[in-house]
Design a protein. Structure first.
Length: 347
């Protein structure tokens, strides 16, 4: 009990977590820069074109600094990165930051909608499964959640496309909005996300059409976080329901519903908060694959196109942005978990 009664050092915890996050970000930057430069292929061909002569390719190497030692290239890239410069895309000839700014809204819409669907459903399913532990409802929810975790994103996306778009014709197969409808309604184009543009323009017709286009990709991206949260919360909540304090509460006449809602749910959710980074990471990976399959013009599609064309600046810039976002979410998750559980602060 002596260790648990010590005063928590919140400031020291924040500094320690910040230092860890900074080390991880530095590692992401270095490994991302190094990985794309050891891949086979010549980035100068992307910039100059496949028909460029040897002299033109040599000139591009000099222009892009590809002839310099790797450590010198990394130093120049790091110096520019600290000034907010992610480099220039070799394929689009535009700053990578500008390309990502255009692609990010569509990815955020898809990711946020998927999380808004997957997280509440996962929590609700986990609670129901734990309350009816060992019964038919529990087994059914376990089977569905395990399938949601195990099925590959690309397979699930193709199967849903084939069923609901090709065979039944209920939902569109790809895109953010019907092309003819988008042209006829003249969206303002303030972002690369049709949903945001439709809301900004106050156009209910395009808004409904965009939400219909969101159904299939959102289901695909939401599948993994739904299944993961269901399984983890079920295990955590069953453990709490079997704890001595829960048994004591039942002896005092507390019903199961109130016991879950008022006593066991919060401590069961505490370890779940700590996996926020894992949930986001899996959602981002799923969104990247879903964007490519559903022709969704987001960061995932931009990254896949950059990898195919050996656009090293775009690949490194996108990887760094996504990696930093992942680290930030992990940082917030760690602090939130520590806030909910003072024992972590003491440790």
């Amino acid at each position: 009990m002596g260790d648990l009664t010590r005063r928590p050092h919140w400031g020291r915890l924040v500094l320690r977590r910040s230092a860890h996050a900074l080390i991880v970000v530095c590692g992401v930057v270095f490994l991302s820069f190094l990985a794309v430069r050891v891949l086979p292929g010549d980035p100068a061909v992307v910039y100059a074109g496949s028909r460029a002569s040897a002299d033109q390719l040599q000139q591009v190497h000099l222009q892009l600094g590809l002839d310099r030692p790797l450590i010198v290239q990394f130093w120049h890239y790091l110096t520019a990165l600290l000034q907010g410069d992610l480099g220039t895309s070799l394929a689009t000839r535009r700053p990578v930051a500008e390309d990502l700014t255009k692609a990010l809204p569509a990815s955020l819409v898809l990711t946020c909608v998927a999380l808004a669907v997957g997280v509440p459903l996962g929590i609700a399913a986990g609670v129901v499964s734990a309350r009816f532990h060992g019964r038919v409802v529990d087994r059914a929810i376990q089977a569905i959640s395990l399938l949601a975790v195990a099925l590959p994103v690309f397979w699930l996306a193709v199967m849903l496309q084939d069923l609901f778009a090709s065979k039944l014709g209920w939902l569109p197969a790809a895109g953010q909005v019907s092309p003819r409808l988008a042209d006829a309604q003249h969206l303002p184009g303030i972002s690369n996300a049709a949903l945001v543009d439709a809301i900004y323009a106050g156009n209910p017709i395009v808004l409904v059409d965009t939400m219909i286009h969101l159904i299939l990709p959102a289901i695909v991206v939401a599948a993994y976080p739904f299944g993961l949260l269901t399984q983890l919360l079920r295990s955590s909540l069953i453990e709490q329901l079997q704890a001595p304090y829960a048994t004591l509460a039942r002896a005092y006449g507390v019903g199961e519903r109130r016991l879950v809602r008022s006593y066991t749910l919060r401590p069961a959710l505490t370890p779940i908060v700590g996996i926020g980074g894992l949930v986001l990471g899996s959602t981002l990976v799923g969104a990247a694959l879903a964007e490519e399959i559903f022709n969704w013009p987001g960061v995932g599609t931009y990254l896949v196109t950059a990898i195919r064309s050996l656009d090293i600046n775009a690949v490194v810039g996108t990887t760094i942005v996504v990696g930093v976002l992942y680290v930030v979410v992990n940082f917030i998750s760690d602090l939130s978990q520590a806030k909910l559980d003072p024992r972590i602060q003491v440790e």
